[in-house]
Design a protein around this ligand. Structure first.
Ligand code: DX5
Ligand code: ZN
Length: 214
């Protein structure tokens, strides 16, 4: 299992140091949660902050856009150094156009599904995607409870990806830790985001190592 610590749970007064700390702790990817206070009821940071912390690690930057108009900002996040940009199927931007815009920058594109959005919403775009991110909490805040009832959605996606012989990763985000990751792994998740579980741990390196075993 690849583990992507979510910087949403870091100490924002030293975000660069936190990225270095996660890099040294063995994180596979860095997960950066961008919220606009409109698509979700919370605000975080934008492309300039990502650009500032970009030199702190060579690990892939997985930028999760929880914003209403992702298409408008793809150029900014790509120039800031994102390696993967994921955006919501429920946003106001045209999905096919947004994927095309992301891939035009030579980086990976992912589509995110909120808990109430079915797997089938991603099916028409699967051949153009590198990743599908299944939310296992309602997006907006860290520290929420893992929704185990999202696992059938993961299975459905996995089956469709396999059936069509595609190379698309499945990522899960929200409430993942030592007590829940086995369910995600069993359902076919390839990459797990973990905020609270990693940042609130006394020994993040040990937690990351443990989660990577799945
Ligand atoms: C939620 C974010 C997540 C969140 C995960 O809207 O997309 O990435 O930070 O945090 P935990 O692991 O604490 O649920
Ligand atoms: Zn996220």
């Amino acid at each position: 299992m690849l583990i992507a610590p979510s910087l949403l749970s870091c100490d924002f007064s030293k975000m660069g140091e936190e990225v270095v700390r996660m890099d040294k702790a063995g994180a596979d990817w860095m997960h950066l949660d961008v919220m606009d206070g409109h698509f979700v009821p919370n605000l975080t940071f934008g492309a300039p902050i990502i650009k500032w912390v970009r030199p702190c690690s060579d690990k892939p930057f997985d930028v999760h856009l929880m914003i209403s108009e992702p298409l408008r900002y793809i150029d900014d996040f790509a120039s800031a150094g994102a390696d993967i940009i994921t955006f919501h199927a429920e946003s106001d931007s045209d999905i096919a156009e947004t994927i095309k815009k992301i891939k035009g920058h030579g980086i990976k594109a992912g589509l995110v599904l909120k808990p109430n959005t079915p797997a089938s919403a991603a099916f028409p775009y699967l051949q153009d995607l590198d990743l599908v991110l299944v939310m296992t909490v309602e997006p907006g805040f860290g520290g929420q409870r893992f929704m185990a009832d999202m696992m059938p959605k993961v299975r459905e996606l996995k089956e469709e990806i396999t059936r069509r012989g595609l190379d698309v990763l499945i990522e899960a985000d929200g409430g993942i830790g030592a007590d829940t990751i086995a369910q995600a792994a069993k359902a076919g998740v390839d990459v797990c985001v973990a905020g609270t579980a990693v940042f609130k741990a006394d020994n993040p390196a040990q937690v990351i190592r443990e989660l990577q075993q799945y």
